[in-house]
Design a protein around this ligand. Sequence first.
Ligand SMILES: *Cc1c(COP(=O)(O)O)cnc(C)c1O
Length: 227
Amino acid sequence: MGAIAAGLQACRDGIAAACQKAARDPASVALLAVSKTFPAAAVREAWQAGQTAFGESYLQEALAKQEALADLPLEWHFIGPIQSNKTRPIAEHFAWAHGVDRLKIAQRLSEARPSDLPPLNICIQVNVSGEASKHGVALGQALALAHEVAGLPRLKLRGFMAIPQETPDPAEQRSQFARLRELLEQTAGLGLDTLSMGMSSDFEAAIMEGATIVRVGSAIFGKRDYT
Ligand SMILES: *Cc1c(COP(=O)(O)O)cnc(C)c1O
């Protein structure tokens, strides 16, 4: 077994163990393989090992990879921050966008979503730690934004996404993820079903708090090299 297939298997095993601990059905947690900075060949290898959903943060890099992998039926998620001048290519080339944190970006995505594609799946990114440096709408404004985004025609609002403040303390990890879960619980009537939370170092805590998509990169593909 190659390193990527082994990483994927270890990750699936970790998700299954966390689900057992949380008394959840493992089928209720989807694994999004975060392939940013890794080459198309690595994505192809992961696909051969059964992975179909991939997350990317850098638009140009993602588009080049999509072209190189156009022969595969992959599902692409844009998980980086979204600048307004990037909304068209994101609306045209992805199935999901997880980093929506203001209405203007959502409106532009909706306007640019081609009519021959299904609605673009959206997660609103929420700043659950309150750190000034973090992207995401403030916790106190997320519900209002969700109601506005849910009304846009070419989008399908699915739920919320968060990148919490890094901490090795599982209890502190859980309390940040719990804020996102409690937010989702306040959206009755919007039909939301997604909590995109948990990465390589904290997906167990995220699953304990109800994650439905975990976004895992380095635990599958290895350490990233940004040089
Ligand atoms: C890079 C990235 C991940 C994956 O992080 P790992 O620690 O490598 O698992 C998840 N989510 C987002 C938004 C990212 O940018």
